[in-house]
Ligand binder design. Structure first.
Ligand code: GRF
Length: 214
């Protein structure tokens, strides 16, 4: 069993997808610890309900970012994989060097499009026809590390930020647990920016518009 630590700041629906996967056995992993930097995060409720160990670590209780991250690293030292699931802070190279190639993030766009906050709103405002979500390795950039998997969803003319976010979220809840399982199976290969998943099949999603003329 892969030992997983999850960092959260809010609602925790992606955490829930991981908890469900762990409970059903499909994740091939255990969630050893959830750390929240927000004491009011609903994610913490989910931990209580499912008897998942959790800790609150507040940035304001530490003098520096380094000291805060030192505490995170100390709590996470027994885990094999660190998952950022709606964690609203950028981790420093110092922290990342401790977990080289073992920190992943879920982002609600097809990176490198719409990195940073409010990705779904940015996609809608830009007018793209397709968006989606990405699980990537975390490096010093913001939402820019090597891509592990992406899922594509259509952006519909009548979409609101909420409806697009929900459509994207339903795929987040699939690709994040899938990625954790790939790590557990030892199938992730990283060569610079190129990440491959041994033996993975990629299907086409039904996202293309019906042809009209061409
Ligand atoms: C998700 O949209 C995720 O892609 C982004 O933050 C949001 C977290 O949602 N990084 P939740 O807390 O997992 O429900």
């Amino acid at each position: 069993m892969l030992r997983v630590g999850v960092l959260v700041s809010g609602r925790g629906s992606n955490l829930q997808a991981l908890i469900d996967g762990a409970e059903s056995g499909k994740l091939l992993a255990t969630i050893d610890l959830v750390i929240s930097d927000n004491p009011d995060a609903f994610a913490l409720e989910r931990c209580r309900k499912h008897a998942v160990p959790s800790e609150v670590v507040l940035r304001k209780d530490f003098e520096s970012r380094e000291a805060f991250e030192e505490r995170l690293a100390e709590l996470l030292k027994g885990v094999d994989l660190v998952v950022l699931a709606g964690f609203m802070r950028i981790l420093s190279p110092l922290f990342l060097s401790r977990f080289s190639g073992r920190v992943i993030n879920i982002h609600p766009s097809l990176i490198p499009a719409f990195q940073g906050l409010d990705a779904q709103r940015k996609a809608l405002e830009f007018g793209v026809r397709f968006s989606g979500c990405t699980v990537h390795l975390v490096d010093e950039s913001v939402d820019g590390g090597p891509v592990i998997v992406q899922a594509v969803v259509p952006v519909l003319p009548e979409d609101t930020v909420q409806s697009l976010s929900n459509r994207i979220l339903s795929y987040e809840h699939r690709i994040l647990p899938q990625t954790v399982r790939w790590f557990a199976e030892g199938r992730i290969r990283i060569e610079g920016r190129k990440v491959t998943v041994e033996g993975a099949r990629y299907g086409t999603l039904p996202v293309n518009p019906e042809p009209e003329v061409f």
